[in-house]
Design a binder for this molecule. Structure first.
Ligand code: LLP
Length: 421
């Protein structure tokens, strides 16, 4: 469920008409709903009720300061994967003890900054990283709390670019070698082993792969405890999928996912962490765009929009589907005709949808891409020298720009000529 619905024929974000935001900030733009973000966070929090837990929002999905600040106020933690995300989380008011640091290539500088600023744990992904972290922490007179990310060799049954839990993927250490690696970690002076981490992929639409991975983690917990490690925390990653197509059957709900967690690891007495990103932010955001032209091609109709692949890369990158709806509600029973939805960027890949049934639309009309709150704005670029588009947050009847559109001057002047030119 989200808070983007038609009221009296107008698409609204909570109580604010989308057309009103478009008039104020211009198109294209992203808009997020506070109520939807809040609801989705709470669904996870409630799904883990009765277990000691922390929902660590994966801010890579939507890293705007205001969104992370909202999560901090709701009591969430955060999963960060770079120094930039770490610093943004701190700037958003996220306490260090609620920040987990993931990622296969943490640099020594990133480690230092996080140790200095406060950190809940590092999710370590390799032996060289583990040794580097121990050195950095020791040099600072600190001990770094760690989990080790294990690769359980489980097929997440999702798009190949976002599956992470198979042995051929770059993530984690092979689960079969975990005991050996934990033994080394325990012997390193700068580290304190606190638990195990696993994350098998994103946009999972079935629970079975989670169940399979978590069962392996449960078994490993027993083995590592027998080896003398104090395994008290399990970070179970993110990955629960969202319904991108309203017409399709919906993926499992957080409460069902919570049941899988309870069944597989609930008896171990560990503190549970999860790192959902997409499910919290995805359906809490729209990308709003205007039709520039309607072009009749030889055999098809093109709706040329002012949003492009640089603003929302998911269709070009993963062949992802986003529902696109008109901001003015079409009359009931109006005929839908196929159209190709494209942006102005100079490559054929700049196509959002092919032969998509759409109600009649004309130049100047507004449309909204649904499910664009996750991996939308954060993956945007300035390709074709198109400035990054603004982000807007709605809360009830109020809205605010939470990232302004840069001016053309700002964009142009960021580049400089070398002294010899
Ligand atoms: N934890 C770790 C270690 C991750 O790598 C990810 C996502 C998450 C949590 C959050 O997963 P989520 O709950 O959002 O599925 N750009 C792609 C998705 C990349 C996901 C990367 N890792 C897309 O647009 O589909």
């Amino acid at each position: 469920m989200d808070h983007f619905q038609y009221h009296q024929g107008q698409l609204q974000a909570e109580e604010v008409p989308i057309a009103e935001i478009a008039a104020a900030v211009g198109t294209p733009f992203y808009v997020y709903s506070t109520a939807t973000l809040t609801r989705h966070y709470r669904l996870f929090d409630e799904a883990l009720a009765g277990m000691d837990h922390l929902v660590c929002y994966a801010m890579k999905a939507c890293g705007n300061l205001a969104v992370v600040a909202l999560m901090a106020r709701l009591g969430a933690g955060v999963d960060v994967v770079s120094m930039g995300e770490y610093l943004k989380a701190r700037a958003a008011g996220m306490p260090g003890e609620r920040i987990v640091f993931s990622g296969v290539g943490k640099t020594r500088e990133e480690m230092r900054v996080a140790l200095e600023g406060g950190i809940r744990q590092f999710n370590v992904e390799s032996e060289p990283e583990m040794r580097a972290l121990s050195e950095v922490a020791s040099a600072m007179g600190r001990v770094a709390p760690i989990t080790i990310r294990v690769n359980p060799d489980v097929d997440a049954r999702t798009h190949e670019k976002i599956a992470t839990g198979k042995k051929e993927n770059k993530f984690g250490i092979p689960i079969g070698r975990a005991r050996e690696v934990y033994a080394e970690a325990a012997a390193l002076p700068g580290l304190e082993v606190v638990g195990i981490d696993v994350h098998i992929g994103s946009q999972l639409t079935e629970l079975a792969p989670f169940g399979a991975a978590y069962a392996k983690v449960a078994e490993l917990t027993g083995l590592l405890r027998a080896d003398g490690h104090d395994i008290r925390r399990l970070d179970l990653g993110g990955g629960l999928g969202i319904p991108y197509e309203r017409s399709n059957s919906a993926p499992p709900q957080p409460v069902e996912y919570g049941e899988v967690i309870r069944r597989s690891v609930g008896h171990l007495g560990c503190e549970i962490e999860i790192e959902p990103g997409r499910l919290i932010a995805g359906n809490a955001g729209l990308l709003v765009s205007r039709v520039i032209y309607v072009k009749e091609g030889e055999d098809r109709r093109f709706l040329i929009l002012d949003a492009a692949m640089n603003d929302l890369i998911r269709p070009a990158m993963y062949a992802a589907h986003h529902d696109v709806v008109p901001v003015i509600e079409p009359a009931a029973g109006v005929e839908q005709l196929p159209a190709d939805l494209v942006g102005p960027v100079c490559e054929t890949g700049d196509t959002f949808a092919r032969q998509r049934p759409m109600p009649p639309l004309a130049e100047g009309d507004l449309v909204a891409f649904r499910s664009a709150g996750a991996y939308g704005a954060v993956m945007a670029s300035e390709y074709n020298a198109r400035p990054l588009i603004p982000e807007v947050l709605v809360d009830g009847h109020q809205f605010a720009v939470i990232r302004a559109r840069p001016s053309y001057d700002e964009m142009v002047n960021r580049d400089t000529l070398p002294p010899w030119m």
